[in-house]
Design a protein around this ligand. Structure first.
Ligand SMILES: Cc1cc2nc3c(=O)[nH]c(=O)nc-3n(C[C@H](O)[C@H](O)[C@H](O)COP(=O)(O)OP(=O)(O)OC[C@H]3O[C@@H](n4cnc5c(N)ncnc54)[C@H](O)[C@@H]3O)c2cc1C
Length: 395
């Protein structure tokens, strides 16, 4: 059997190993935390996810299928439809109301604008199609929520390829709301990691060289790690945004606004990017009835400073004056790859110039967990379809 080394034991690496293992002998190399950014906090009075927590059923076919294959479907829980908010002039406004306002303030362009050809930033696209107000206040918030970076820095083609080619009014589509509901696993996303761990051979090792005893190497390591391994400085062109999260647990209901949470557009220059009302989205995960659990996402900063900043913000934005019973912080110096202009061409060039290693991971697929799994499945299908002569040549 062909021996494959998969570098990195996050969701990209584990799902890849899972799909490849039907046809090859696969070993995953992980340096510190199997699951990478995915993890669920064990114990305590409050349930908290460390990383990803919500997935939309209309956009996560591959994740749902993987959950089914791993016999975890009975643990799926779904959220009721949730109101979403955007921070605007020191208040929370519903996305629906903001979209209506956007229609009045330039959004009608959406019905007749023929987009100019060529790669552009998400902000430039939104400005061209809906005007500056929507670009600054709505689209930027959406981009922050998914990519943790301002829309002026990100490529539309790389981050939202479906928008680049979409026909008809996007504002009308937004007003109708998205189909599908949010889901997660009741015991937390670590359930998915535990189930994948059982299926994979994992070796704890910090990879410092590509000289490995394997016929084929797939790397799901972040781009900055690939720079160290290959010496190719072009990997460092992929920048990463840093995230610090602060999680607050209250024994009872302290939220006046109910819903998914809110986003803070970057034009306000606040350290906070957004807040998820975890206990509203999935009350099934509350360890005691009536709890409030909040996750606040900030630009990377010192943990003590982050807690102070968050306590001040929840007071000002949400009117919460109480001290939380539990506070947890997480810090990711380099969390989400920022897919800027020229990103896709850069990846194509790196793939072409490193033919001995298959490049994967979130800077190639995009940061959504489902995109990582979709990429893994695609690579495993490619492997299965590769001609036997080509695979023999690899030995
Ligand atoms: C706070 C937060 C919230 C998020 N929320 C969501 C969400 O709700 N929905 C969603 O879809 N996505 C979300 N994401 C994004 C998503 O979690 C990530 O994009 C995804 O998990 C990335 O997976 P990965 O396997 O590509 O990378 P990683 O999880 O980073 O895995 C890479 C692995 O490689 C290992 N590694 C690095 N260097 C070496 C080395 N030299 N040798 C061996 N191993 C090495 C690392 O230890 C790590 O385990 C969130 C991310 C964060 C930070």
């Amino acid at each position: 059997m062909i021996r494959i080394a998969v570098l990195g034991g996050g969701i990209s690496g584990l799902s890849l190993a899972y799909y490849l293992k039907k046809r090859a002998k696969v070993t995953v190399f992980e340096k510190e935390h199997v699951g990478g950014m995915i993890g669920t906090r064990a114990g305590g009075r409050f349930f908290f996810e460390r990383g990803p927590r919500t997935f939309s059923s209309s956009r996560c076919d591959e994740l749902l299928q993987l959950i089914e294959e791993l016999n975890l479907s009975n643990d799926l829980i779904y959220a009721k439809p949730q109101k979403r908010y955007i921070y605007y002039r020191k208040k929370l406004r519903s996305v629906q109301k903001m979209a209506l306002r956007g229609l009045i303030r330039g959004g009608f362009k959406d019905f007749y604008t023929k987009p100019e050809k060529g790669e552009k930033t998400v902000h430039a696209f939104a400005k061209e199609r809906f005007g500056s107000w929507v670009a600054d206040h709505i689209m930027d918030g959406v981009t922050l929520g998914i990519h943790a970076g301002p829309s002026k820095d990100l490529s539309l083609d790389a981050c939202f390829p479906s928008l680049a080619n979409a026909e008809g009014s996007l504002i009308l589509k937004a007003l109708k709301g998205t189909k599908g509901s949010l889901f997660t696993l009741e015991g937390g996303m670590h359930q998915l990691i535990e189930a994948l761990k059982e299926q994979c051979t994992i070796v704890e090792k910090n990879i410092t060289s590509l000289k490995l005893d394997a016929d084929l190497i797939y790397s799901t390591l972040p781009a900055y790690e690939m720079e160290k391994l290959t010496g190719d400085a072009r990997f460092s062109k992929v920048r990463y945004s840093g995230i610090t999260t602060v999680q607050l647990g209250y024994a009872h209901d302290v939220l006046k606004h109910k819903g998914f949470g809110y986003l803070v557009p970057s034009c306000y220059n606040l350290d906070i990017m957004g807040v998820v009302f975890d206990s509203c989205v999935f009350p099934q995960q509350n360890r005691e009835d009536g709890q409030t659990r909040l996750t606040v996402m900030l630009r990377a900063m010192d943990r003590t400073q982050a807690v102070e900043c968050v306590l001040k913000a929840v007071k000002e934005h949400l009117g919460i004056n109480e001290w939380p019973l539990e506070v947890h912080t997480w810090h990711y110096e380099k969390a989400i790859p920022q897919m800027g202009l020229g990103h896709q061409k850069l990846i194509e060039a790196l793939e072409r110039d490193h033919p001995n290693i298959v490049l994967a991971g979130s800077y190639v697929s995009g940061p959504a967990v489902n995109a990582c799994i979709r990429q893994a499945r695609g690579l495993a299908e490619q492997f299965a379809n590769a001609s036997s002569e080509r695979l023999c040549a690899l030995r």
